[in-house]
Design a protein around this ligand. Structure first.
Ligand SMILES: [Zn+2]
Length: 302
C-alpha cells in the first residue's frame, strides 16, 4: 500500500509571471489560495530562462545538471537511459497506470522533459485556446498528474516590460484561465483530492528581458492549495521543488539531496508533517554564481 496523499496533482506554470501576481488583480487566484500556502518570493532557476526552469520543475535538478536550454529542449525526448528520470517516470515506476497530461502553450516543454516511452497526453496551443482543451481533458481523463504552461504573460512582459500595466493586465486575464481549469477540476469531482499548484518559471526586467538574477527575474510566485495544506506564507521554495512536491503528494520517497544532482525539496512549512526534512540552502550544489541582469532573448518570446 502506498502513502499516497492526493489522488491528483495539477500544476499550472504561468510563464514570465515571476512574483508579479502579487501586484496584479487576480480575484480567482486569491480565492483559490485563500487558505493555501503562497509566496511571491520563491526562487527561479539560474539562468532565469524557460527551458532551464521547466527542466528543473519536471526533473528535480538544476540547469547545471539537466543542461536543457531553449535550443535543446525541443530537439529530443528526455533520454531513457538518463540517471535522472523525469518526475513522470518516477511516478510511473510506482503507479504503472498513472495518467499524465502535459498541456503547454510552449510546445518544447512537452518534448524535452519526459522520456519517449512514458505515455503522456500532450497538447500545445495559445493559452486561451489551450484552456478549453485542458478542461475537457480533465473531465474525461481525471489525470493523476497534469502539468500546464501558459505563455501569454511572458509575451506581454517581453513586449511591454515586466511589472508594467500591460504585463499585470495579462496576468489578470490569465487568472480567468486558471479559474477555468480549477472549475473543471471541481466539475470533474476531483477537487477534494487534488493538490493544486500555480507557479511561475521566472519573472523579468522592466525593460522586457530575463535570464539574469535581479529580483524581478529570479523571484517567482509559488502557490499550493489542497487538503492538509497549511495556510502559510511559504518560507523557502525553488521552482525545482515542484518535482519533490509532486512525489510527496503521491507518497513516493523524495530522492536524497545531491543523488544524481537531485536538489528538489519539499518546502518545510506547507504540510504539518514531521517527516519533512528542514529546508536546506543548496546554492553550493546549484553552483552558478548570480548573473548580472541581461536581455538574452527578446526575439524569442520564451
Ligand atoms: Zn521569456
Amino acid at each position: 500500500m502506498s502513502n499516497r496523499r492526493y489522488a491528483h496533482v495539477v500544476a499550472i506554470a504561468i510563464d514570465g509571471a515571476g512574483g508579479f501576481i502579487e501586484k496584479a488583480d487576480t480575484p480567482n487566484f486569491d480565492r483559490i489560495f485563500a487558505n493555501g500556502a503562497v509566496t511571491y518570493t520563491g526562487i527561479s532557476s539560474n539562468p532565469t530562462i524557460s527551458a532551464e526552469c521547466y527542466g528543473s520543475m519536471l526533473l528535480g535538478v538544476g540547469p547545471e545538471i539537466h543542461k536543457l536550454t531553449n535550443g535543446t529542449i525541443k530537439k529530443a525526448p528526455h533520454p531513457s537511459d538518463s540517471p535522472i528520470p523525469s518526475v513522470f517516470r518516477r511516478i510511473k515506476t510506482v503507479y504503472p497506470d498513472a495518467v499524465f497530461g502535459l498541456y503547454c502553450d510552449w510546445r518544447p516543454i512537452t518534448v524535452g522533459t519526459v522520456e519517449a516511452e512514458i505515455e503522456v497526453s500532450k497538447a500545445s496551443a495559445r493559452d486561451t485556446e489551450l484552456t478549453p482543451m485542458i478542461c475537457d481533458y480533465i473531465k474525461s481523463n481525471k489525470p493523476d498528474f497534469l502539468f500546464v504552461q501558459m505563455d501569454s504573460v511572458d509575451g506581454a512582459g517581453h513586449r511591454n516590460g515586466y511589472g508594467t500595466e500591460a504585463h499585470l493586465q495579462r496576468i489578470h486575464e490569465v487568472d480567468e484561465l486558471v479559474n477555468d481549469v480549477h472549475k473543471a477540476i471541481e466539475e470533474a469531482g476531483m477537487l477534494e483530492d487534488t493538490l493544486f499548484i500555480v507557479l511561475a518559471d521566472h519573472g523579468g526586467t522592466p525593460e522586457g528581458g530575463h535570464g539574469g538574477w535581479t529580483d524581478g527575474e529570479k523571484l517567482v510566485t509559488f502557490a499550493i492549495a489542497g487538503k492538509d495544506v497549511q495556510h502559510v506564507a511559504i518560507e523557502e521554495v525553488n521552482v525545482r521543488d515542484l518535482a519533490a512536491i509532486v512525489l510527496y503528494a503521491f507518497g513516493i520517497e523524495v530522492p536524497p539531496l545531491d543523488e544524481q544532482g537531485w536538489t528538489a525539496q519539499v518546502p518545510e512549512n506547507v504540510w504539518n508533517d514531521a517527516s519533512i526534512a528542514p529546508y536546506q540552502d543548496l546554492s553550493h550544489l546549484t553552483g552558478a554564481p548570480p548573473r548580472i541582469s541581461k536581455v538574452p532573448h527578446t526575439s524569442e518570446l520564451i
